[in-house]
Design a protein around this ligand. Structure first.
Ligand SMILES: Nc1ncnc2c1ncn2[C@@H]1O[C@H](COP(=O)(O)OP(=O)(O)OP(=O)(O)O)[C@@H](O)[C@H]1O
Ligand SMILES: [Mg+2]
Length: 223
């Protein structure tokens, strides 16, 4: 199995504050399904930010999809993001764009043809049960609906890796099952590597997963 994410003695933090993630070493193989858990404020979103190239690493090593994050050029980060789908904890939908255009964004960036964009968006909106909201704008949707749109956008360009930050944090049981089912499906059928931050592991998810847990800045394998 090939390694797709590798952290070695990784230190992460903000400004002059002390390290939030301390000396973390972990690796994730292609096609794995990995949960990241830990208390509020433990550094879960911080880890995802570093994997996406948002937060520069302080020291140690981090390689994501073949990109060395210590010295990554803008072009390399752009390349990396073309191959990652991300669901931010606060969604980050473009509020001036309707739902269809929001979901289309990664495909436009990746140069997909217009007809393919259209059909892919339609398919994804069916999956998240929001076809009837395609022409609405984010602020016309509930929080949970926006969260589902963020998930559809993350999947739009068939990325190699999905990073999802509390993707069911605002959802009821029914919609949570929908999202877990979607992630399980892309993991098993498309071989997409899934890294999900959650404080509540799905109860009925029959999937082989690994769990990395953060406690006091230390990341360890939880089994
Ligand atoms: N931009 C920032 N500047 C300074 N400190 C930050 C910044 N973002 C996060 N932190 C701090 O880093 C720590 C970890 O934050 P992070 O957002 O990674 O936690 P989390 O595990 O995702 O928590 P939650 O479950 O509440 O989302 C917190 O103590 C937080 O205050
Ligand atoms: Mg967080």
């Amino acid at each position: 199995m090939s390694t797709i994410i590798e952290a070695k003695n990784l230190n992460l933090g903000y400004k002059n504050d002390e390290n939030i993630i301390k000396d973390a070493s972990f690796s994730i193989n292609a096609r794995e399904f990995v949960f990241i858990t830990g208390a509020s404020g433990s550094g879960k979103s911080t880890i995802l930010s570093s994997l996406y190239g948002y937060l520069p690493i302080r020291s140690g090593g981090l390689e994501v999809y073949g990109v060395n994050m210590l010295r990554a050029s803008k072009a390399k980060i752009h390349y990396l993001r073309q191959n990652i789908g991300i669901v931010f904890q606060d969604y980050k939908l473009v509020k001036e764009w309707n739902i269809e255009k929001n979901v289309m964004l990664p495909m436009v960036i990746n140069g997909y043809k217009k007809e393919i964009c259209k059909s892919q968006v339609e398919r994804l909106l069916v999956h998240i049960k929001l076809s009837h909201k395609a022409s609405k704008f984010p602020l016309e949707l509930s929080g949970g609906e926006q969260q589902r749109v963020a998930m559809a956008r993350a999947l739009a360009h068939n990325p190699a890796i999905i990073l999802a930050d509390e993707p069911t944090g605002n959802l009821d049981d029914y919609s949570s099952e929908l999202i877990w089912g979607l992630l399980k499906g892309v993991n098993e059928q498309l071989g997409i590597t899934v890294v999900v931050v959650t404080h509540r592991l799905p109860e009925r998810l029959s999937i082989n997963y690994r769990r990395l847990h953060i406690e006091e800045g230390v990341v360890y394998e939880f089994s």
